[in-house]
Ligand binder design. Sequence first.
Ligand SMILES: Cc1ncc(COP(=O)(O)O)c(C=O)c1O
Length: 405
Amino acid sequence: MEEFHKVRRLPPYVFEQVNRLKASARSRGADIIDLGMGNPDLPTPKAIVDKLCEVVRDPRTHRYSSSRGIPGLRRAQANYYGRRFGVKLDPDTQVVATLGSKEGFANMAQAITAPGDVILCPNPTYPIHAFGFIMSGGVIRSLQVEPDDGFIPALERGIRHSIPKPLALILNYPSNPTAQVASLDFYKEVVAFAKKNDIIILSDLAYSEIYFDGNPPPSVLQVPGAIDVAVEFTSMSKTFSMPGWRMGFAVGNQRLISALTRVKSYLDYGAFTPIQVAAAHALNGDGADIAEVRDIYHKRRDVMVDAFSRAGWIVPAPAASMFAWAPIPEPFKHLRSLEFSKLLIEHADVAVAPGVGFGEHGDDHVRIALVENEHRIRQAARNIKRFLASSAKQPNNVVPLAAHR
Ligand SMILES: Cc1ncc(COP(=O)(O)O)c(C=O)c1O
């Protein structure tokens, strides 16, 4: 029987192959250090959990909630943008709460895409950026670019060679998976380009608060007039270690926010009210919890970069996000990212995410997520050192066993 139209457009998740191998190694008793999935391991701060527990006792909160977010939550998000970015937002028309930023992004795609609309999308990138639009009938034109001098020329080529003219451009800085960051000057140029060419900007700022070395990432909405063309998505998942709570936001251009709000009003009743109240409580906090989370990732980053380089694998230090984007070590480059990731599980008990899972242009890298503690990260480096040393002595040992499965 032929696969359904939409399902045919969704390739099997590459990460599933690594996950299966990881599970089978664990079932044999291997202690796999999991730096693969970007699933934060830190507990949600106690004050947020306490707020949830307090509110959930009130039966009035057990009814259907508000799809677009309760007013106090939207106000809290607008205040956060004011404090953090100096961006003034109207909580009634320019802010909508989402069930995690992933849901918000996917339903924005659903709200604005007509069949065949072209979307300019980074490659490699977090999969929903492309597949949200593919599921909505859009067509992706990949941009294999960094936020540097080559970006605007690539956009120009994207416009010149796309029929119809692209509807939207996706930005994601700090990037998952590459951890690249963008400057405000970069955003100024992109906004000017988008306005001139009448293109929507969808900016994914999921890592707004996970940054190091005192350099907070800017918001595209800081560019004067950006709100005419841009919407930005943020997430509570990483900022407050709340991934399972499913809470995020879209803010910005009123027409786009209204389109997303309308689609969501048909699809969901919003997050459970106690979650929304606890999320507002988190956003209204003094920032100490955020600083603590940031500090933990910062220390892990330093430990990882140092320990991996001493193990013989030079990994560039990410300036932000909870990921390092690591070039595959030279002797293994020919294997590409999936086979190399499988080897690391089989021979080093370390799981990473193969770069190809984020797009074809990610295939010479793997992504290392800082989601294990410092002790485990050091252990991962020791395992990798042993693996690199043994494969240098016995090249035959690096035959990708997994490839034969
Ligand atoms: C760039 C990026 N956007 C969005 C998300 C999804 O976050 P949420 O939990 O808010 O749906 C992630 C999660 O890893 C991400 O890396």
